[in-house]
Design a protein around this ligand. Structure first.
Ligand code: CTP
Length: 397
């Protein structure tokens, strides 16, 4: 519940993408925010207020003239911490840019003194029109954050120009970042996260790797971005959807991971080393594919460089370095040794043999080990575990 008790006005104007705003209303509510949905008259033609009322469990407003709710625009503007507009139609952007307040939503926009995130959604020609572009420039200059629009299919057919509203996930990420950055020690800090396995090539078609999915690192990158950090995510081969916000650097081998880290570490305030580098690589790489008919194959493997050790010299003084230890059995002693040997500020211990923890699952039970002692967590989602880890990193900063 990263947005517990936060107050958000979700303004929905009359475009077909209004149906996607239902998902946004739901996700904001699930994050703990109190969401007041305000519909323009045109929006009520696309989605019924009752839908939003059921999703947010709060009254939904659309008129300035509702009896018993006089001055509701002033109250909503005063209580909100953030206004999200999705979809923001060309008409809504035009009225907002001009300061017109002829319905509840535009009256709130004029009365509010809080950040605004707008997700334009409209026909591609309407978006490209100089009037719309000029209005967007005006609104950006006033501090509005504009998310999207994306290029892709419109309700009226395929398109190769921007117009389609950004996906709810992309809007949510920016809304969360605006709400959370102000209170976070990670705001404007540079956080480098490594994630996923590395892959060592045996021959052109065979590799040595491990089953790391990259999930823990990806959730850490998302959570750090939501706290206002500038995030570089260095990721080994994974099939995960790239997170919205962080800069993604793709690597394959452990040597490439070292090289990528050497580049980004000198600017980093925090390193979260969640990657699972392959610990061994073939002593010799064959350029030809060895036929199976040749019979048994004996491999000679050499240890890969310890990335954390190799890159230690590139660390910025005062930066916080977090290592991860995947152990079978308690592993506390071994994890403490890693804290010292690798000169880490924090080790996150994971047990592979515990139900719900380890590779390829969405949950984790972690133990945080610092020089002052250790703390064990409950079984939780990897995203929640990421929040626990970052709370600790903020204290270390
Ligand atoms: N790590 C690293 N370079 C490697 C292997 C691991 O920098 N070649 C990092 C991991 O990203 C992790 C931490 O070191 O943050 C601990 O990883 P782990 O595999 O548990 O430790 P190892 O040092 O490989 O120790 P061992 O395999 O002997 O337990």
């Amino acid at each position: 519940m990263t947005l517990n008790g936060r107050r958000v006005v979700l303004g929905v104007s009359g475009g077909i993408a209004a149906y996607k705003s239902c998902i946004l209303a739901r996700r904001l509510t699930e994050s703990g925010a109190a969401v007041d949905v305000v519909l323009t008259a045109a929006a009520t033609e696309f989605v019924r207020p009752l839908t939003f009322e059921a999703l947010t469990r709060r009254p939904v407003l659309s008129s300035l003239w509702e009896r018993g709710r006089a001055l509701s625009h002033v109250e909503l503007a005063r209580d909100a911490e953030l206004i999200v507009l999705a979809p923001a139609t060309a008409n809504l952007l035009a009225r907002a840019a001009q300061g017109i307040a002829d319905d509840l939503l535009t009256a709130i926009l004029l009365a509010a003194e809080v950040p605004v995130v707008a997700a334009p959604g409209m026909n591609d020609a309407m978006f490209a029109h100089p009037a719309t572009q000029a209005n967007l420039t005006t609104l950006r200059e006033r501090g509005w954050l504009i998310v999207g629009p994306a290029v892709g299919a419109l309700a009226e057919g395929p398109s190769d120009r921007p117009g389609r509203m950004a996906e709810p996930e992309a809007i949510l990420v920016q809304a969360e970042r605006l709400l959370r950055a102000a209170g976070s020690a990670l705001r404007d800090r540079h956080v480098v996260v490594t994630a996923g396995p590395t892959r060592e090539q045996l021959d052109p078609v065979r590799v040595i790797t491990n089953p790391s999915s990259g999930r823990m690192g990806y959730r850490l990158a998302e959570a750090a971005y939501a706290r206002g950090a500038r995030v570089t995510l260095i990721a080994g081969p994974t099939t995960l959807e790239p997170p919205v916000g962080p800069d993604l650097v793709r690597i394959t081998s452990t040597a490439e991971l070292c090289a990528a880290l050497e580049q980004s570490l000198p600017q980093a305030d925090v390193l979260l080393m969640a990657a699972a580098p392959a610990d061994f690589r073939p002593a010799e790489r064959s350029d030809a594919k060895r036929p199976r008919a040749d019979g048994p194959l004996t491999l000679s493997l050499e240890p890969t460089p310890d990335v954390l050790e190799r890159t230690a010299a590139a660390r910025r003084p005062g930066s916080v370095v977090v290592g991860f230890a995947l152990e079978v059995g308690s592993g506390l002693t071994r994890a403490r040794e890693k804290l010292d040997q690798k000169r880490l500020d924090l080790v996150v211990l994971n047990r592979v043999d515990e139900p719900g923890s380890g590779f390829e699952v969405d949950t984790n039970r972690i133990t945080l080990i610092t020089r002052d002692g250790h703390e064990e967590s409950e079984l939780m989602t990897k995203r929640a575990a990421a929040e626990v880890i970052l709370d600790r990193v903020e204290r270390l900063l």
